[in-house]
Write a protein that binds this ligand. Sequence first.
Ligand SMILES: C[S@@+](CC[C@H](N)C(=O)[O-])C[C@H]1O[C@@H](n2cnc3c(N)ncnc32)[C@H](O)[C@@H]1O
Length: 288
Amino acid sequence: MHSDIARAVRPHSMDGSSPSAPVWDPHQYLRHAGHRTRPFLDLLTRISELPTRPARIADLGCGPGNVTALLADRWPEAHITGFDLSPEMLRLADAEHAGPTPGGGHLDFRHGDIAEWMPEETYDLIVSNAALQWVPSHPGSFASWINGLRPGGTFAFQIPGNFTAPSHRLLAELCDTPRWRERLGGHGARYIHILEPAEYLARFTELGCAVDVWETTYYQMLQGPDPVLDWVKGTALRPVLTVLGDDRDSADRFLAEYREALRLAYPGGPRGTVFPFRRIFAIARKEA
Ligand SMILES: C[S@@+](CC[C@H](N)C(=O)[O-])C[C@H]1O[C@@H](n2cnc3c(N)ncnc32)[C@H](O)[C@@H]1O
């Protein structure tokens, strides 16, 4: 089933294939850690108690691990494993957060592709923050993930719902101009496929779960010059920056064109630049 959003944003890959994996820059990503962490904290407040102690928890697409570490604050005795595809992200997560936790639990990080990930043991909680949008097939894995939960266990995720916002629309339009389409080889922007909240709710209800789904638009006030460009450099621009690689001239030209468009769409004000950001949340609890 395709959502309106999925239909509105066409696949960017010219040959219909998925884009190659982008190279991530954890330090650029963490420049907006406050705004990026808040939705995860909002998700956490809605997750009820887990069936066993110490709990076993998986974090899919854990990135630099700072959000994974918040799970240890909530479940101090838990054994928590973050999975990610990016060596850059995993290196930082491992260096900064791996090891025993103050509450007697343990945090570790492993290489893993969400598109193929199956629970290799029984989990109390499987969680994913701002990562499933990179995995078009993710709804197809829900049944296996729920199956891998202990009775009373929870699958919870937060996913951006802003793919038709000017930030993403302008990027897609620029990638599709004749001057960039060929240079980016069809892999400049990404194939996007998220479902609408009602569709996620229906999927989990069909799987027999107790479901809590909602959406929130955060009116984020960003600071500094060209802050929306700075934001997307950590996320949506990764595929473009990956393709342009060491070609600094092309990267600079692309960024200059995109910057101009973003300045018109998100004008700065005396107290900063408002960057509205819609996010979708889902919590599915398996029957106890
Ligand atoms: C926007 S970051 C979110 C990181 C972290 N969850 C957070 O909330 O800060 C997206 C992460 O998903 C990871 N990712 C993207 N596709 C993936 C896949 N197929 N399998 C595993 N991780 C993936 C990226 O490497 C990146 O670290």
